[in-house]
Design a protein around this ligand. Structure first.
Ligand SMILES: [Zn+2]
Ligand SMILES: [Zn+2]
Length: 291
């Protein structure tokens, strides 16, 4: 793997991830990377089992900054966060919380993702990627089996997210943009070539393009069941047609997965017509030939 490649979506052990920052840095050096982005799940203003507790955020930021100094000249470490899009309709205080309690810690970049799509039957924010059982329950209990409505809700939130992210003024990667297909192996719930599905994706992509976001090719889907990255080949082709820049990510929750699936994801990119990917450098997103 080329030394020009960085990896920017990684979860050390401050949220539901594991491993120290140093363990990720050593894995990055061993893989020949020049850049490593840490992106623990940012705290949210309600109880959540997989995000970082708000009390840990100062230590996380301090630890990444200390590692930046320790690895200076060998590896550029980036202080990032995977920040949820919290729709005002779902979490009215979410935007102020993120501005006043999270972004004040001055992360250098963000992975911005939609995980919370509406409320579960108990009235709590519902996470779309928690489990197959949770997805089936939500679809049945809240959407009365109408998968199209659930999926359209997800992509509508991506559009909303793309509208607000530029206001944060940070380099941002749109995280796992078609992850709503996670439990849809074999087209179990909906057809990913249905006109309504493609139209929902297209609206999200156009909003992402207009916002100047980078799309990641997230290889977690290759490791967990669905057999293709997020986004998959069809969506990647549309990204290419719209001129959206892309980067490779593994969404590692342990250091061993830092560049897992990168070769396969690069092949998907080439197939979609991409010849370059971007990595974060001092001047912003910088293009490099696809490895
Ligand atoms: Zn995520
Ligand atoms: Zn993640």
């Amino acid at each position: 793997m080329s030394a020009t490649i960085g990896s920017f979506h990684n979860h050390p052990g401050y949220c539901d991830g594991s491993g120290s920052i140093e363990a990720y840095a050593e894995a990055a050096l061993a893989a020949g990377l020049r850049s490593l982005g840490l992106s623990s799940h940012a705290p949210v203003p309600f109880a959540c089992s997989w995000t970082m507790p708000l009390e840990r955020l100062p230590a996380y930021c301090a630890d990444v900054r200390a590692a930046q100094v320790a690895y200076q000249g060998r590896l550029r470490l980036w202080l990032g966060l995977e920040l949820d899009y919290l729709s005002p309709a779902l979490i009215p205080e979410g935007s102020a919380f993120q501005r006043e309690r999270i972004l004040v810690h001055r992360p250098e970049y963000l992975v911005v993702s939609v995980h919370f799509v509406g409320r579960d039957p108990a009235g709590l924010p519902w996470t779309m990627d928690e489990s197959a059982e949770s997805f089936a329950r939500q679809l049945d209990a809240v959407y009365r089996g109408d998968a199209r409505r659930l999926v359209e809700d997800y992509y509508r939130l991506l559009v909303e997210m793309a509208l607000v992210v530029p206001g944060w003024g940070l380099p941002a990667i749109a995280g796992h943009i078609d992850k709503i297909k996670m439990w849809n192996a074999g087209g179990r719930y909906f057809a990913e070539d249905a006109p309504w599905y493609l139209a929902a994706v297209e609206k999200a992509l156009r909003a992402i393009q207009a916002a100047g976001l980078v799309v990641e090719v997230n290889t977690a889907g290759l490791r967990r069941g669905i057999g293709e990255p997020y986004p998959g080949p069809r969506v990647l082709h549309r990204c290419k047609a719209l001129g959206i820049p892309v980067t490779l990510s593994s969404d590692a929750h342990r250091p061993e997965d830092l560049i897992a699936g990168f070769a396969e994801a690069a092949a998907h990119l080439r197939e979609a017509g991409y010849q370059e990917i971007v990595t974060l450098e001092e001047g912003g997103w910088t293009r490099h030939p696809l490895p």
